[in-house]
Structure formats: structure tokens, C-alpha cells
Write a protein that binds this ligand. Structure first.
Ligand code: UDP
Length: 346
């Protein structure tokens, strides 16, 4: 029996308040492609959390000083609705949401092939409708699905979950009471294919051994969450033969289930970068968008540099058998220019 602040967090049988074992996740439900006006979207319920994520872009970054000549920037905005928690939350950004937006942008930046879209921004809006601990991990998990749904090429989808400590026990996926009354909270996100850690934060105290166990538990949790992300995309694009059309893109890259980014093969990924013709087709789609992006450039030499870097980077990526690309709903239409010349002129 473990108590803190008079709240019983774990019973004598090692079960948590909601009956979970220490290594269990709360129930998760993920739905992709839920908004028709966004480039990509995802609705996620996870325990008592409810979130909606929309992706907009890639589009030309404005104002221009935000632009990176070599890659796209990821601008993530995490927002908790005023009605998302028991006590009304003051609307608008605060220090916490600014910090979360920053760390989530950085985590997603590690996943997206940002070099494909120089000078662009990819906007990710995370709206927390109901919050019950673990919202940054839930937001990151849903954002990855929304990016895949938007057809943004990625190394992998980021999967995230927090581990922590309740009394003396290391546990996975803390609920609100455990977050409030537990002794440590360790949000973590990985790229499941490589195991690369793209987010790691810690609140509270853990011994080195407990940190080890918490990380191992979180990695296992992330792998399960990743399976559910993949399932959500498959469900979305395989249940409807016109999946790509639903998202408003032409079928230019062909294949509906494929365009969801995943196939039925064991490796989970459809599009090994440049490994065969059909993959090449998809990669070309992203490449075509780059050409369009280049058209908007005002300085050719800059463009060339950016392109060279980008292609070098892509070649390295293509050589790496570990690296796969995910493509969402029909990918990017090569006939649509990313940037409007007029908008670009300030
Ligand atoms: N929370 C709240 N009001 C706030 C911020 C957070 O009630 O202004 C709650 C909310 O349920 C959130 C939990 O505290 O999920 C834990 O917040 P934390 O900062 O640890 O981030 P999270 O675990 O959601 O990523």
C-alpha cells in the first residue's frame, strides 16, 4: 500500500487506482483524417485526454526572417482549451504551453525530412480538449499521425508516453492523480524504427536504476503506441478505397493504402526511400514539391545551394536501409506550387 498526500495510488496487489498493472497503458483511440480543411489531422483519446491535431502546410514561412534556406521549420502550437481541466484554465499561451510547443516542435523536427522543403513552415496545431496528464505525449503521438495524414515525408512517426514513479514503484503512463501525487514524471518520445530518443524530460526524482527501468518501460509503451498509430492510418486508408481523395489530394502517387504511409509488410513501411520504382514515384512527389518551392526562390544561387544540400542529405538517407519514409494521404500534388510568388514578395 503506497500513499502520498493521503491519496492511495497503488493497492496491496500492486494494482493502480484504475486497475492497471505498473506497465500498462491507459486505453488509446486514434483516428486519422478527421478534418477536411486541414492538410492532415488526427483525433486522439487517451485515458481522460481528448485532443485534436491539425497540420497545415508545407507553406512559405512568413515573415521571411523565420525562413531557413536549407530546410522547413516545424511550428507546433500546443494549446489547452479553457474548458479542458476542472478549474477553468486562463485562455491563451502561457509559459507551460510555450515550453511544450517548443519541445514538441523539436521532437517532430527530428522525424520530418525538413530538407525537402527549404524556406517552408509546417504548422502543427495541437488542441487539448480534455486534459488528464500526459497531454504533451498524447499531442506528439497525434501530431505524427496528422503529419503522415498530410503526406509529409518522415523518417518515422514519433511515439510518446510518460513513465514515472508512484510511491516506490516505477509505472507507465501516469494518470492525473498519479501525476499530481507521484514522485516522478518522465515524458519520453522515440522514433520507434531506430530507437532514437527525440524527447526526454523529467520532473521529480529517480535513482539511476529507476531511470533505467522507467526508460525501458517507456520504450515498450512507445512501441505499442506506434502499432496503434499505424493501425489508425491503415484503418483510415484501407477502409475507403478513395482514401487519398478524402484528404483532397490527387491520386498522383497512386495507391490508396500505400499513400497512408504503411503497407502490410512486416517492416511496417511502404516507402523505403528510393528502393524501388514505386518508392521512387513517391519520393519524386516530394521532390516535385521541392521544385515548386524552388520556383518561388528569388535568389538562384541560394536555391542551388539549398538543393545541393538537400539532395546530398536525401542521398545519404536513401543509402540508409534503416530509414524509411512515410507518406500520407496522396502525398503532395506535384502540380501545386507550394509558394505564391506574390506572397513571397514583401
Ligand atoms: N493541468 C491543469 N491545468 C493547467 C496545466 C495542467 O489542470 O494549467 C493538468 C492537466 O490535466 C495536465 C496535467 O496537469 O494534463 C499534467 O500537466 P503537465 O504539465 O505535467 O503536462 P502533461 O502531463 O499534460 O504533458
Amino acid at each position: 500500500m503506497q500513499k502520498k498526500d493521503s491519496v492511495i495510488l497503488m493497492d496491496e496487489n500492486g494494482k493502480r487506482r484504475d486497475g492497471r498493472a505498473p506497465g500498462d497503458l491507459r486505453p488509446i483511440h486514434i483516428e486519422a483524417n478527421v478534418l477536411s480543411n486541414a492538410s492532415g489531422s488526427c483525433y486522439l483519446e487517451w485515458g481522460g485526454n481528448k485532443l485534436l491535431v491539425a497540420v497545415h502546410g508545407p507553406r512559405e514561412a512568413q515573415p521571411r526572417h523565420l525562413q531557413d534556406q536549407t530546410k522547413a521549420i516545424i511550428q507546433c502550437r500546443y494549446n489547452m482549451a479553457a474548458f479542458s481541466v476542472g478549474e477553468r484554465k486562463r485562455p491563451g499561451p502561457d509559459r507551460r504551453s510555450t515550453e511544450i510547443s517548443k519541445v514538441l516542435s523539436e521532437a517532430l523536427d527530428a522525424a520530418v525530412f525538413t530538407q525537402r522543403f527549404p524556406r517552408a513552415t509546417i504548422d502543427v496545431y495541437i488542441e487539448v480538449l480534455e486534459a488528464s496528464a500526459g497531454t504533451r505525449c498524447a499531442g506528439l503521438t497525434a501530431a505524427s499521425v496528422a503529419l503522415a495524414d498530410a503526406g509529409i515525408p518522415m523518417r518515422d512517426m514519433v511515439a510518446a508516453v510518460a513513465a514515472g514513479k508512484v510511491g516506490d514503484t516505477v509505472v507507465l503512463d501516469l494518470d492525473k492523480e498519479e501525476d499530481n501525487h507521484g514522485t516522478a514524471d518522465l515524458p519520453m518520445a522515440i522514433l520507434p524504427r531506430t530507437g532514437e530518443i527525440v524527447l526526454l524530460q523529467m520532473d521529480g526524482h529517480l535513482t539511476a536504476d529507476e531511470l533505467d527501468r522507467a526508460q525501458t518501460m517507456a520504450i515498450e509503451g512507445c512501441l505499442e503506441i506506434n502499432r496503434q498509430q499505424v493501425e489508425a492510418l491503415k484503418k483510415c486508408y484501407q477502409s475507403d478505397d478513395n482514401g487519398a481523395d478524402n484528404a483532397g489530394y490527387a491520386d498522383s502517387d497512386g495507391g490508396d493504402a500505400d499513400t497512408a504511409g504503411y503497407d502490410d509488410s512486416d517492416d511496417g513501411a511502404t516507402d523505403n526511400a528510393g528502393s524501388d520504382d514505386s518508392d521512387g514515384g513517391d519520393a519524386d512527389n516530394a521532390g516535385s514539391a521541392d521544385v515548386d518551392a524552388d520556383n518561388a526562390g528569388s535568389d538562384d544561387s541560394d536555391d542551388d545551394d539549398a538543393d545541393n544540400n538537400e539532395h546530398e542529405a536525401d542521398e545519404k538517407i536513401d543509402d540508409d536501409p534503416q530509414v524509411t519514409e512515410t507518406f500520407g494521404s496522396g502525398g503532395l500534388d506535384p502540380n501545386v506550387s507550394l509558394f505564391d510568388e506574390k506572397e513571397g514578395d514583401e
